[in-house]
Structures are given as C-alpha cells and as structure tokens.
Design a protein around this ligand. Structure first.
Ligand code: GUN
Length: 290
C-alpha cells in the first residue's frame, strides 16, 4: 500500500484562507493586523523565508512591516529597533529571523521582545507559558506539525513519537506539546548523544526528523507503516539546476515506500510553519481588541 502524503501546502492554504476572513473582520473594527519582520544581514535562505512570510501576510490582508538591517548592525542598534516595535501600537507581532549574525547575542534579542508580541514563541516567558499550558502563542513549526497530524487523522493519543533533534525551535517544544493530555503521546527525544539511533527510530509510530542534515533518516530506520514527519529544509549544491542547489529534507525519499504517512519536502511542514505564524499574528491582533 502506498503512503498517504501529508499535504502541508493544501492545509496551509486552507488555514491562510481562514486567517484572511478573520483579518477582514478585525479590519472592520479599525485594526489592521501587522507583523514586523526583521532580517539582519543577507543570508540567502533567511531572505527567502522572510520573503515568503511577508508575501503570505499581504495575501491574507495583513500588514507586514519589513525591516532589512545590514549585516554590520550592532546588538545595541537591534535592541533599539525592538524597543521601538514593542512600543508601536500598530505592530501586533515581532519576528526576528534566526539566525542573526554571530556578533549579535540572539538570546538577548529574543528576551527583548514583549511576550505579547512574540508570535514565534521563542521568548523564555512564552516557552514557560507553553510548557505550563498557560495562554500564549504556540511555536509555529511544532504547531504546524500537530495541525497536519490532526487533519489527516494520524493517531497520536497513546502513540510513541520519536523526535530526532533537540533544537529550541522544533525538538524541545514539540516534545512538550505532544505530552499534553490533549495529544497524549509518549515521546522519545533523540539527539547527537543518543546511542544506537536506529534502535529508537524503529520503535516510532510517528517519527519526526528535525536535525538539519540531508537524508539522514534511511528506510531501515523506519517501522513499516509509521508516520514520518520531515522538518528538514536543506540546501544541497546541484550545479545542474539554475539556482545551483536543490532543497531536500532530513528523510531519504526512499522512506516513502515503507511508511504509512509522510510529509514531502518541499510542501509539507514548511508551508505549515508560515500558516501557523499567520494564525498567531491574527490572534495577537484579536487579543488587542479584547
Ligand atoms: N529561522 C528558522 N525558522 C524560523 C522561525 O520559525 N522563526 C524565526 N524567527 N526564525 C527562524
């Protein structure tokens, strides 16, 4: 039997349409939902991500305040930009694209964003609220993964979810969300210190790869019929293509022959991250109204 594709592009568009309706409703009350998108430097992948985010915001009838700062922006200058955005009542959300240049302390920048405007859910207060199940934004990529699993009725309650990768953006928050009673999964979190990775991945009913290394999850590491979620977006040099690279995930495409569900790259988790970001922005704007 062939695997079911978890189509993040289609679900992402559906969510963006619902955000558009909410944006129109709040506009009638005089509020234009606005996200400030800050990019420091010219990393090509980051530039492409922020451009996609800005385009999606505009398409949903929201405002995107695009701030492009030069690579040599100092930490103090960036902190001043954040302070201004915190004070600006027209701005409902603030996103600083990660990574920032090495001379800037990213932790300090994130900590400077008001948690009420932290639509990425990166601020320590936002992360604490998420873990304690208090009101607040949910982090976009994990939230997108959960939405995909729900849309396709992948059984999560009681399932063994194995996550590979302990990043602050994906692995750690996703593990925390999945152990909530509402999801009720049993979670194993693997990382570079894990001995015998394959032993663990083979146990997974749902396997999440969030490592950032091309094709490291091979068919022999996956249980027959498992759901495989590929969070990786890797650029691999390919001179035969006009762009000079191709995009691939953390999962070897041959896994599709063996699993029950899988997310394509591109078109799986990536578009879901953007859709959930938009959903957080509209929620931020709606909270303002209350
Ligand atoms: N870099 C990679 N993913 C993300 C994200 O979701 N938000 C931000 N701000 N930076 C990122």
């Amino acid at each position: 039997m062939s695997a079911t594709i978890l189509d993040g592009k289609t679900l992402g568009l559906k969510i963006r349409e619902s955000v558009k309706v909410r944006a129109a409703a709040i506009k009638d009350k005089g509020i234009i939902p606005c996200l400030a998108v800050v990019l420091v430097g010219e990393d090509p992948a980051s530039l492409s991500y922020v451009t996609s985010k800005e385009k999606a915001l505009t398409e949903a009838g929201m405002e995107s305040l695009d701030l492009r700062l030069p690579e040599n922006t100092s930490e103090e200058q960036l902190l001043l930009v954040i302070a201004d955005l915190n004070k600006n009542d027209k701005v409902h959300g603030i996103l600083v694209q990660s990574p920032v240049p090495k001379h800037i302390n990213e932790e300090r920048i994130i900590a400077a964003i008001l948690p009420e405007k932290d639509v990425d859910c990166f601020h320590p207060v936002s992360v604490g609220n998420m873990i304690l199940e208090r009101p607040g934004f949910l982090p976009c990529t994990p939230y997108g993964v959960l939405a995909l699993l729900r849309e396709y009725n992948v059984p999560v309650s009681g399932a063994h979810v194995v996550i590979v990768g302990r990043s602050n953006i994906v692995g750690k928050p996703l593990a925390n969300l999945l152990i909530r009673r509402e999801y009720n999964a049993t979670v194993t979190l693997c990382h570079t210190g894990t001995k015998n990775l394959e032993y663990h991945t083979l146990q997974a009913d749902i396997l999440v790869a969030a490592v950032g290394k091309p094709d490291i999850i091979k068919p022999e590491m996956v249980k027959e019929g498992a759901a495989v979620i590929d969070v990786g977006i890797n650029r691999v040099p390919d001179a035969s293509l006009p762009k000079g690279y191709r995009v691939c995930g953390d999962v070897d495409p041959a896994v599709a022959q063996k699993c029950g569900f899988f997310t394509p790259v591109p078109g799986g988790v990536g578009p879901m991250t953007i859709a959930m970001l938009l959903q957080n922005v509209i929620e931020a704007a709606e909270w303002r109204l209350k």
